[in-house]
Structure formats: C-alpha cells, structure tokens
Design a protein around this ligand. Sequence first.
Ligand SMILES: [Zn+2]
Length: 212
Amino acid sequence: MYVFWTVWICPDTVARVDTDQRSDVVRNRARLLSAARRMFAEFGPDVPFDRIAADAGLSRTTLHRHFANRDELAAVLFQENVADIEAAAARASASPDGLSDLFHFTLQLQLGVPGFARILSRSDVGGFSSLAERVAAAFSACLPGAERSGLLHPGVGVEDILIAFPMADAAVIEDRIAGRPDRSDRLHGLLHRALFATAEPERCCEPGGRGD
Ligand SMILES: [Zn+2]
C-alpha cells in the first residue's frame, strides 16, 4: 500500500505536508514551553506533568513527544534563562552599574519560578553544573566595571552574589509554603544592600526576560 501512496502524492504535496508538520512541531514546542513557564511559576517545581499539557491545550502524548519528563522540560527552560542572563550580561558589562543590573535581572528571573534551580541541581539534569558555570562567567564579565566604579562593598565578589540566589529562592519557597504574601521586593532590597554600595535601582523589579 505504501508504494502506491508514494506514487500518488506528488513531490510538491509531500514538501508542503512536511513544512506544515515541521511548523506544527515548532509551534507546539513553543506552546509547551510557555505553558510550563506559567505552571512552574504558579504551582512550583512539582507541578504535575499532565497539567502543563492541559495548560498548553495539547495532549499528554504530544508533551511526551517533545519532553521525556518534567526535569527535562525544566532543564530547557533553565537553558533559556541562562541565555537571557548572558545576553543581559553583554548589555550590562559596559555600564558602571552593570553588575547590579544583572543581579536584579537574574533575581527577578529566578524568583519567577522558585525552586527551579533546586530540582535541576539535585540530579544535574541537562548539564546543570555547566549552566551554573555559565551564569558565574556572565557575572564575572561584569566584575571589572563594578570594581572600577566601587559598586560592590569591600570584600564582596562574584561568589557572594551567587550565594544570594539560593538564599532568595529558599525565602520565597518558605513564604509560599506558609501562605504568606509575596515579599520578593523586600528580598531585592535586602540583598542589594548586602552586596552593593549604591542605592537600589528604582524600577529594578520590572518583569525581566521571558514571560507572557
Ligand atoms: Zn530588584
């Protein structure tokens, strides 16, 4: 039967069907990723895999065709975050306040999906440790400018900045578990004062990077 079909369908039709299928695949993947971002943000890292498919308006089978499991999906989102952090670092490295801008950008991105890094780091899914190294490198790139402008408190380095992220993550998760209102603005202020000698940027908590 297959042989007959290949005779009947002209090459143009095959090419068009192929392109349609490919763009469907691309569109579905984008829908799944943005649904995952919303669901992780709303329900945390343990959101059921099915729920992500439902939010995207796609079947569980389609979700599984794209991602083997929740951790793999989270790893792809984290890779996107890291790429955004690197792009922000490239923009920030020339500015005297670049390192603090990058810090707030990253903090905002991270607190949008609390607990995210934790699920990835526990099993090194998707090469988490190499992604973490890329984040450290992005911050290091902004360090010379920060040192020249006296942006950091004496003795504060990239290592200290990187410690702030899991601290903030834990605080937000605790608040969520306890059902307390969001205090991420206080967290931004507290951590900024601990690290930087400057006043906190006024509009630092604009939603940064991705989102819908
Ligand atoms: Zn901020």
